[in-house]
Design a protein around this ligand. Sequence first.
Ligand SMILES: C[S@@+](CC[C@H](N)C(=O)[O-])C[C@H]1O[C@@H](n2cnc3c(N)ncnc32)[C@H](O)[C@@H]1O
Length: 351
Amino acid sequence: MDWTAGYASDVEYTTGFYAEQAPGYLNLVCALNGYEPPTLSGPFTYFELGFGRGLTANVLAAANPHGTFYAADFNPSHVAGARALAASAQLSNLTLLENSFEELAQGKADGLPQFDYITLHGIYTWVTAENRQHIVDFIGRYLKPGGAVYVSYNALPGWAGASPLQRLLVEYGDAFPNRSNVEMDGASRFVERLVEAKAGYVEAYPSIKPRLESLKSGDRNYLVHEYMHKHWQPLYHADVARDLARAKMEYAGSAMLPMAYPGLYLTPERQAVVATFPDSAMQETLKDYVLNNSFRKDVFVRGLRKMSPNRHTEVLSQIGVALAVPRSACTVEMKTAIGTLRGNAELYGAI
Ligand SMILES: C[S@@+](CC[C@H](N)C(=O)[O-])C[C@H]1O[C@@H](n2cnc3c(N)ncnc32)[C@H](O)[C@@H]1O
């Protein structure tokens, strides 16, 4: 029986840690955007959908001993590897389940509690529409009121030019079936021939050049999972927001933190264009048109509550920050979409 639903599962995904999925990080997104975050001061519950190699789930469980973590993936080799990692780290607050999104949405994983956080990274673009529906149903069924969801996805219109490239890679794999990484090798070499033949598509979309380069040299397993799924679908933010609205979710902000400050990346003229639409889902989508975004990291909350100015100050003042690099490696230069900004060295030094 095929359990993959068109998802290339014959090679393992690469191992990565994604800080944006951390509960504290998600609270920071809510706080920066002026929304009440879930409470983190006491015990909390957390679920990761599609954990891949499981490094993020393992690190988050180790770093948050007062949290109870669950994560699920339908690929048994991913589950076995992630469980071995959890056992070697002697984690008692992480349960790794072998379940599909469909099974989870139908309540087939016994004994799950309600969750404060549900996260999924690198999933939503790469699965079928039915599976996106199962994910929304799972959130509707298991997220607590006030709980937060993190979802990343390939976005339109930034992917518009490169979509035909993805289609071609999948078609090549179908025409010359093999293990996905071997299909990827053959498909990449074929695309090089298309470039050498000066195909009109390649000439018309110079913006796809970095993708063509990464096909030559990128990690094969990563490329398989990025490109070789039959149901791959880049999405407009408005459609994702409307999907999630069915689970009573509202958009809180982007896990790309500077996005909380439109003045950093939108000129006044662009801000006025974005403000033309009354609806926040379309305003966000318009930002993607203005910036030609191809990837989004969205945070949604079930029951979004705007904080009063006093409460906002109080919540921000409770957030601690720590350097994640040696102090000597720190600069006060910030690269933003509207240019490089220089922070006040005295102020940032003190922080
Ligand atoms: C691109 S990987 C991302 C993994 C991880 N979130 C990360 O970013 O490292 C997608 C993962 O979702 C899992 N997956 C895909 N479809 C699924 C489904 N229908 N049910 C459960 N897991 C699924 C795959 O096995 C894979 O581990």
